[in-house]
Design a protein around this ligand. Structure first.
Ligand code: MG
Length: 268
């Protein structure tokens, strides 16, 4: 999966524990709303354009202010659900009557280059490259020994700029991106960070089993959003699930389905 290297395989567990999951027809699959929104809502796509338009304004402002002798400009971006989308994965889960992330299915699709550029990402990244604003890709992925090759292949497949080993970092053993982000910031003035997960900005947001604490950590930085941090929507996966379940890729168990219901009925 994109977000964490935790790899419990839940394919086998699905059958054994799927007593309150999707019915045979699948019309009660808990993923349906989120996946239908990702696949069909114009609003979902518009939020990408909005994010990249805002990012572009900040990059242009930084270019206008940039003087000789200043650190060179750069942007740092996550990959999955930020600049690349693999939306057919979610329909595949629905068609297999699964209501939780399935790592094995995800890993099967990664080598097939079934990704698409998220709306507006190609144009934004080209704008950066045309203005010599370097693009650094920092992603957490784990598909075994070919993980890096697949990730670099995705960047090249989509024609993204700076698709090379000095600009792509793939973290296989951790989802903590901060060390690499700090290294980049030593040499570059990073104009914006782009991601679909607060962890794409700073590690302090990685808070498990505590929904309120995670929200509070974000609220403390509310002025950063749309300024240094450009956030894209993701209602199907990410560390927001770890605040509910304690992990980002929970197993499809009845207990976990109860936890989701509890989260959905939590007073706002
Ligand atoms: Mg992501």
């Amino acid at each position: 999966m994109a977000q964490t290297p935790i790899k419990p395989t839940n394919a086998a567990t699905n059958a054994a524990t799927n007593t309150t999951g999707p019915s045979a027809s699948g019309v009660n699959n808990a993923l349906l709303y989120a996946v239908a929104w990702k696949k069909t809502a114009a609003e979902y796509r518009a939020l990408y354009y909005q994010g990249f338009n805002i990012a572009r304004i900040h990059v242009q402002n930084a270019l206008d202010k940039h003087k000789a002798g200043d650190k060179p400009l750069a942007i740092v971006t996550d990959m999955d659900d930020t600049i690349v989308n693999l939306l057919d994965y979610w329909s595949l889960l629905i068609n297999q009557n699964k209501d939780y992330f399935d790592d094995a299915e995800w890993d099967k699709l990664i080598p097939e280059n079934k990704i698409t550029a998220s709306p507006g990402s190609t144009e934004f990244l080209k704008f950066c490259a045309d203005n010599k604003v370097e693009v650094f890709y920092v992603t957490s992925r784990d598909q075994g020994e070919k993980t890096y090759e697949y990730a670099l292949g995705h960047l090249k497949h989509l024609g993204f700029p700076y698709a090379d080993t000095s600009h792509l970092t793939v973290l296989q053993d951790t989802s903590n991106k901060e060390k690499r982000q700090d290294e980049i910031m030593k040499s570059f003035n990073v104009v914006v960070f782009l991601g679909d997960n607060l962890n794409d900005f700073r590690r302090k947001y990685y808070i498990k089993n505590n929904i309120d604490a995670r929200i509070k950590a974000m609220e403390a930085d509310r002025d950063q959003y749309g300024v240094n941090y450009i956030l894209f929507p993701n209602p199907t996966d990410g560390h927001w699930l770890a605040a509910i379940y304690g992990e980002s890729e929970p197993l499809p168990t009845n207990a976990n389905r109860e936890l989701m219901k509890k989260a959905a009925s939590k007073p706002y």
